[in-house]
Write a protein that binds this ligand. Structure first.
Ligand SMILES: [Zn+2]
Length: 326
């Protein structure tokens, strides 16, 4: 059954209409994402921190709390956790690219103990400044970017390097929040081959993106283009991470994807039939946490097109609940 029914929007999309609409739709988790061009991702996290420390942010937190809606932060966080300014003084903290050069771009070198220590310290700071109400943390790798090719890292796959870093971050988070759980995000390069040599620390949960994004990804011939291939990838990941805490991150309500990440945004087409079929499948696999991106569903969208089909989405999750309760 779907215990956690969520939507993930960007801070720019957040407005007064959201908490009430979520409540009407019987959704109980709001994820705030830092959608932005790559070089502004880290600055966007600072903007989020400022907002949630402001009186307006506190009002939003309070409102969600009263409606029993959990608040989480789903962030591409690597450039905040390891600021790129350190590159000049400590190039070895950073990723070695395919040509054997250290580069400040994209993720970092997980074999470098000093780099990992900086990441762990900053992860604790971030967790304190943007504290979820659910103990679930999301400090994702850089968006669809490679990991390190250095001598020590090379034998670890992208998935394994990602998990090495997530294990280290979680260990640090658990020193300040004993209940902390941390997302391991499986998508794109980390979707089809889950980690083998590295095991998830207790408290790591699988977060897996649905097929929507991969169907759009025509440039990637290895991408997932059909449900069968996706389901195989999901099964492989569930073998490693188990289903109990697994969360799906779908794209059914993602206006940004449908508008190819450009504003002005088109009216969202919610494919109810596909969503219903997918939800049924996830539930059959024992997955009880389902969310969808809804980026670009901002105040202007509500004004221009009316309420997006969030109630219809919530209804599917609730109906699936009932079906699995029988
Ligand atoms: Zn390395």
């Amino acid at each position: 059954m779907t215990d956690r029914r969520g939507i993930v929007i960007d801070l720019d999309d957040l407005h007064d209409g959201w908490p009430d609409l979520m409540s009407k739709a019987n959704l109980n988790v709001l994820g705030i994402h830092n959608w932005n061009p790559e070089h502004l991702i880290s600055a966007k996290i600072d903007t989020l921190i400022r907002y949630f420390q402001s009186a307006e942010g506190a009002k939003t937190v309070d409102r969600l709390d009263k409606l029993n809606i959990g608040l989480e932060f789903e962030l591409h966080a690597m450039s905040w956790l390891l600021p790129r300014e350190h590159y000049n003084a400590f190039p070895n903290w950073f990723r070695m690219d395919e040509d054997g050069e250290r580069t400040a771009k994209d993720n970092f070198c997980p074999s470098n103990a000093e780099a990992l220590e900086v990441v762990r310290t900053n992860a604790v700071t971030l967790a304190r400044r943007l504290k979820p109400s659910t103990n679930r943390y999301y400090m994702w790798q850089d968006d669809n970017k490679p990991w390190c090719n250095c001598e020590e890292c090379r034998s670890y796959s992208m998935s394994e390097q990602n998990l090495l870093v997530m294990n280290a971050i979680l260990e640090a988070l658990q020193t300040v929040d004993r209940e902390a759980e941390l997302s391991y995000l499986a998508y794109m390069a980390t979707l089809e081959s889950p980690p083998e040599k590295v095991k998830p620390r207790d408290g790591i949960f699988l977060e897996i993106t649905g097929p929507g994004i991969h169907q759009m990804d025509q440039a990637n011939p290895q991408g997932i283009h059909n449900d069968g291939k996706f389901q195989l990838a999901l099964a492989r990941n569930l073998q490693v991470f188990g289903a109990a805490r697994t969360q799906v991150l779908e794209y059914w309500l993602d206006a940004s994807l449908q508008s190819r990440w450009k504003k002005p945004v088109k009216k969202l087409f919610f494919d109810e039939k596909t969503a219903s079929k997918d939800i049924e499948y996830y539930n059959s696999q024992g997955i009880g946490s389902i969310t969808s991106f809804g980026v670009f569903l901002d105040e202007r969208y509500f004004r221009e097109y009316g309420e997006p089909p969030v109630e219809a989405y919530g209804r599917l999750l609730t109906e699936a609940d009932r079906a699995s309760d029988v």
